[in-house]
Design a protein around this ligand. Structure first.
Ligand code: PGA
Length: 256
């Protein structure tokens, strides 16, 4: 992390976990543990938990996010939720392009770009996920693939809007597997993403961009990952569901 030039952001990704009552209980546990956080703390929760999460976090500084949004404002899209709907509730963040959405729900680089565009238009901050599969890493195409995902998603995003974009580098092989990228591997790809952003915009924009690592980040390995110069935070799945573990990661980002 380089907190002199950019914000460190620790975001929980609860995925399809927790009822509204459980969400409230978990946040009540998290709140006192992160009250002195020296980084931005966000929880991204299932749609049905958003109201409870907003209520539980009111006045705490903890940001609330959704895990996806549709690209249209409204219309005949059964089962979908628009970015405007999220913004109207007071939601500030949304994860876009998570590998589980790409793998199980047909998200592509093109739909990811459309969703990100809609989220920015609605005033949300986008946590844009990119990352390679194990097969792609073994094929030696990680750099090209991640650059392509980032470039397509950022199409049409102005330099000004980029201030509301966080990129999360999440190697697919590290998500939920307990197999974390080494700190060097994480930093290498985060640095590469920063280079891509520098090419697309300029050095200042690249330096200001928060780039998270995600994939089995936990209380034990967070400090080492966050000590890397280009890793500015984490997108945390499993460990974000346990208040002490999540708080430990927030602490690692506070100290670093
Ligand atoms: P994990 O998930 O921390 O459980 O690996 C990270 C993510 O999918 O964002």
């Amino acid at each position: 992390m380089n907190k002199t030039v950019r914000k460190a952001v620790i975001a929980g990704n609860w995925k399809m976990n927790k009822t509204p009552a459980e969400a409230k209980a978990l946040l009540e546990e998290i709140k006192p543990l992160v009250k002195d956080a020296g980084c931005v703390v966000v929880v991204c929760v299932p749609y049905v938990d958003l109201a409870a999460a907003l209520e539980a976090t009111a006045g705490t500084g903890i940001g609330v996010g959704a895990e996806n949004c549709h690209w249209e404002v409204s219309g005949a899209y059964t089962g979908e939720v628009s970015a405007q709907m999220l913004a109207s509730m007071g939601v500030q963040y949304v994860i876009i392009g998570h590998s589980e959405r790409r793998t199980y729900f047909g998200d592509t680089d093109v739909t990811v770009q459309k969703r990100a565009r809609a989220a920015l238009d609605a005033g949300l901050t986008v946590i844009l996920c990119v990352g390679e599969t194990l097969e792609q890493r073994e094929q030696g195409i990680t750099a090209e693939l991640v650059a392509m995902q980032a470039k397509i998603a950022l199409q049409g995003v102005s330099r000004e809007e980029l201030a509301r974009v966080i990129i999360a580098y999440e190697p697919v092989w590290a998500i939920g597997t307990g197999r974390t990228a080494t700190a060097e591997q994480a930093n290498e790809v985060c640095a590469l993403i920063r280079e891509v952003v520098k090419e697309l915009y300029d050095a200042g924009a690249a330096q200001a961009l928060t780039i998270q690592y995600g994939g089995s980040m936990n209380a034990k390995n967070a400090a080492e990952l966050l000590a890397q110069p280009d890793v500015d935070g984490g997108l945390i799945g499993g460990a974000s569901l346990k208040a002490p573990d999540f708080a430990e990661i927030v602490k690692a980002a506070t100290v670093g």
